[in-house]
Ligand binder design. Structure first.
Ligand SMILES: [Zn+2]
Ligand SMILES: [Zn+2]
Length: 177
């Protein structure tokens, strides 16, 4: 046996260097090879996107309910038709799943306008913009902004932080209904 002869040689203090050196090189190559070529652990768990929220909170319906009103059965269809006409946030052009069809005049105050296309506007709830809350409701869900179509020009593409710091917005916010 090569191994037992080796051990004898080692114990006898006369190790054959001509075999030990290539052996050390082979071991070194194996170690280095393992370090560079070891299979990378798949990190799909951290890259995987979080599931999208399937339901956005319907603040309009929530406020209306507080005032004893329910959404019309026709609302889903009317909102869908509005989204086809106005598919992006009018305040920034955002097109994504964080969009709301907003009532310019709230439908608990104007029930006759709930399904009126002229009373609808598409606004986003995108993180860092919050155009639905800030421009549609002037920062409070039970308030509203009748002049939003005109205001869009002034606030176009502004972030939530810029809007909250805007003198015009602060004035409107203090006078909000
Ligand atoms: Zn709204
Ligand atoms: Zn927006």
């Amino acid at each position: 046996m090569i191994l037992s002869r080796y051990i004898e040689q080692f114990q006898g203090g006369k190790v054959d260097n001509s075999i030990l050196i290539p052996l050390a090189i082979v071991i070194a190559v194996l170690i280095v090879g393992y370090i560079f070529l070891r299979p990378k652990r798949k990190r799909h768990y951290s890259r995987r996107r979080l599931p999208l929220p399937t339901l956005r909170r319907d603040y309009g319906a929530h406020i209306a309910k507080k005032h004893g009103r329910e959404r019309s059965a026709e609302w889903e269809r009317v909102a869908r038709e509005h989204r086809l006409r106005e598919p992006a946030c009018v305040a920034c052009g955002y097109r994504g799943h964080k969009l709301q069809v907003h009532h310019i005049k709230p439908f608990h105050l104007h029930p006759e306008l709930e399904l009126d296309p002229n009373n609808l506007i598409t606004l986003c709830e995108a993180r860092g913009r919050e155009h639905h809350l800030l421009l549609g409701h002037l920062g409070a869900w039970d308030s509203y902004n009748e002049h939003i179509r005109a205001d869009i020009k002034h606030f176009y593409r502004k972030t939530a932080a810029q809007i909250r710091a805007d003198v015009n917005w602060l004035k409107k916010m203090q006078l909000r209904p």
